[in-house]
Design a protein around this ligand. Sequence first.
Ligand code: GLN
Length: 487
Amino acid sequence: MTVLTDLTLKAALDGLASKSFSAEELTRAHVAAVEAARPLNAFILETPDKAVDMAKASDARRARGEAGRLDGAPLGIKDLFCTEGVRTTACSKILGDFKPTYESTVTANLWRDGAVMLGKLNLDEFAMGSSNETSAFGPVVNPWKIDRELTPGGSSGGSAAAVAAGLCLGATATDTGGSIRQPASFTGTVGIKPTYGRCSRWGIVAFASSLDQAGPIARTVEDAAILMTSMAGHDVKDSTSLDVEVPDFSQFVGKSVKGLRIGIPKQYRVDGMPAEIEKLWEQGIAWLKEAGCEIVEVSLPHTKYALPAYYIIAPAEASSNLARYDGMRYGLRVEGANLTETYENSRAAGFGEEVKRRILIGTYVLSAGYYDAYYLKALKVRRRIADDFDQAFGKVDALLTPTAPSAAFGLGENADDPLAMYLNDIFTVTVNLAGLPGMSLPGGLDAQGLPLGLQLIGRPLDEGTLFSLGGAIEKAADFQAKPAKWW
Ligand code: GLN
């Protein structure tokens, strides 16, 4: 018997099309899976009634022959995406029980194509973190468990955990410095951060506007391609959204990669990189060679400045974006004796520790005396990093690196050490700084039996090549492992 929650998105869409099961049956199976998985804390808001209503409407559309690309597919939505009439918190106390009066463009695109919403997914507060531990709703537990509970990565920890655990067929996520790719790597899932501007940021709670980008997390490369085809597109409501055609990305999966040139950036062989990550990388290189790619060593000389630059630029933009939470318009308000005190009380009570740290760093680097020394300098470094990639892409079609410097770590293990936590982003932030597309996909398991991810980085707007290369690696890796269902 088919277990509906074990299907890939593609198989589920095929099953719906051939009437093997209805959208309502598919949705009810996922609603039950979500309920049974509460110990994972992946969903912070379940919307089962809405899901069943949407599924029934989908079945009716299909009966009329009007089914869209994703019709009847149950998805999870990161709680950074505004959903009309449905509580949206960014996992911060400061948003209280904010119910947006509008829908984000990305989620609107998914509903336009017939997808079904199962609920809202946990994340690090305002997407700031690499372990989902800064969430006001508590951490997500990685479905992959060894002798102890592990983090699913962050900030899209809820999205990655829900997809890995079979609670939804795919999920929306966002990536400012690695938040789609690192959680995908920690959970054995596929995540792609598109080129900056591919997906509209309208209606997504802003973290660092020049870096934020939405993308999908899914169980296969093809599923990610199907989701991204719906999510992407030009939007007049976001001035940085790109007015370019959106191809059907699934057509790139399975395409030959013969003759493609793959760059291996030597600066990503960082000191202290675990031997297993090194081995995974070598394995990825071997797979692409076997598939007919040419491997070329490339140099990205400014890589070592990427983390410091990111941790100046991202907090600077965050401090500005978060200025709007003042207790006046929406969300939490803690009264004081006067206006200033009300601001202070509301922000003191509403923001968590990591968010406050970012606001302090951000306001500091933007302040009159330090702007040139820090913020402006970081912008110059950003330019250099983008130039490095430009040069490399003169010689190669894509780059291959590990996604993260380790497998999933234990809950609480890095929580008191911000610098150790920031190091997680060492291979991912460069991609956001340069605005490039980046994909993470599972390459294998480490000695403890935990998934490890490989990252592919592409030219601007060349997600198609990433889907082709991802398809080739996926085929070679034949990653069938699933977390044991302990919850
Ligand atoms: N871990 C990074 C940070 O904390 C990236 C987060 C993200 O991509 N949203 O800023």
